[in-house]
Design a protein around this ligand. Structure first.
Ligand code: BTN
Length: 343
């Protein structure tokens, strides 16, 4: 039996963020306006952002999908994984926080933040990380920093994120009937080497960084930073990424506790893959690749070289991209030297 508060919340959600009057809610739910008002106040106190405008009514802006350390830890530990988690309301970059913790002598942990003021992407780019709209997390991994290993860790993280996304979309699908069969809920695909796409929009980026700890005698470290766009940012995406950036969930859809679950699933999948110490994830990486069989433009990081065009034949066990040029010559490309654009 649903409470008055739950019924009002459901009504606001079903109205897809449009304004509905208190009278309309009261009439539709067979309750008094006073109980609608009380339910709205209670929801606002719980963290739901509900806009109230006289003569228009109420509108749900975002659900109380707040990040919560104990909710994340509970899922992680009940699945037999022990990992120290650090959750911040705001930080410059979770990768930098993880590095600081490593320098303070910590090992094997994950830093999560609700907002990053200086989120970083690959090749000196910024990663837009608005509050409440995404999941920004960095794993400090207990492993060495050789370049080949770093590329594999990035691939491993991409597979882990895709699995976690599949799991969350399946949960939504079983809770919401056929909603999840809509086009918006299609499968996540990996664009070599570190991006995850839903349809033709990038919804996740991964930044793997290695560094040597300043502490005498300590080993080198790898940090795997993952940024997932979950909800449409309140003010939209910045101009420069508007055309390419996307979000995991369709406009207007929001769910309590979703980010905590997604965060825990990413931890479980990535630590599970890392602990299993085998390379079978590479086969899954290939299956999830959106490039194999397609033509790409190869952007050389060395600016003296011209861009080239090629067909992608596959991805090898070292996570290099195997391409074939028009003259049938083949080459293995490493993610440290080139980036590619599907065309
Ligand atoms: C990219 O798309 O180029 C990689 C983006 C990586 C973003 C994540 S968000 C968590 C972590 N902290 C950062 O500053 N960057 C990574």
């Amino acid at each position: 039996m649903k409470t008055t508060k739950e019924k009002v919340l459901e009504y606001l959600k079903d109205n897809n963020r449009a304004y509905v009057s208190g009278q309309e809610i009261a009439d539709s739910l067979y309750m008094t306006r006073a109980s609608v008002w009380k339910a709205i106040k209670a929801l606002q106190n719980e963290g739901y952002e509900i806009d109230g405008v006289s003569n228009r009514g109420y509108r749900l802006i975002i659900s109380a999908d707040s990040l919560n350390k104990s909710a994340i830890d509970k899922i992680v530990s009940s699945n037999g994984i022990e990992l120290e988690t650090y959750l911040f309301d705001e930080t410059e970059s979770t990768n930098d926080r993880a590095k600081e913790l490593a320098e303070a002598g910590k090992r094997s942990l994950v830093v999560i933040s609700d907002y990053q003021s200086k989120g970083r992407g690959r090749r000196g780019r910024t990663f837009y990380s608005p509050k409440g709209a995404g999941l920004y997390m960095s794993f400090l991994m207990d492993t060495g920093i050789e370049a080949a290993k770093a590329a594999k860790l990035t691939a491993m993280a991409a597979v882990a994120v895709c699995r976690a996304i599949d799991r969350i979309l399946e949960e939504i699908s079983s809770n919401r009937g056929n909603t999840a069969n809509s086009e918006a809920f299609c499968n996540p695909k990996i664009k070599w080497v570190n991006d995850i796409y839903l349809g033709d929009k990038k919804i996740c980026g991964i930044l793997t960084e290695g560094f040597s700890s300043l502490e005498e005698g300590s080993s080198s470290n790898v940090i795997v930073g993952i940024g997932i766009n979950i909800y449409q940012p309140k003010d939209g995406f910045p101009e420069e990424i508007k055309k390419t950036a996307g979000v995991l969930l369709p406009n207007g859809y929001s769910e309590n506790d979703l980010r905590n679950r997604l965060c825990a699933y990413v931890i479980l999948e990535l630590i599970g893959l890392h602990n299993s110490n085998n390379t079978s994830f590479i086969e899954e990486y290939r299956k999830r690749s959106m490039l194999i069989g397609n033509y790409v433009r190869i952007n050389q990081f060395n600016e003296n070289q011209n861009n080239k065009y090629a067909k992608v034949l596959g991805i090898d066990d070292e996570c290099r991209l195997m391409v074939e040029y028009d003259d049938k010559k083949t080459e293995y490309l490493s993610s440290g030297e080139v980036s590619v654009v599907k065309y």
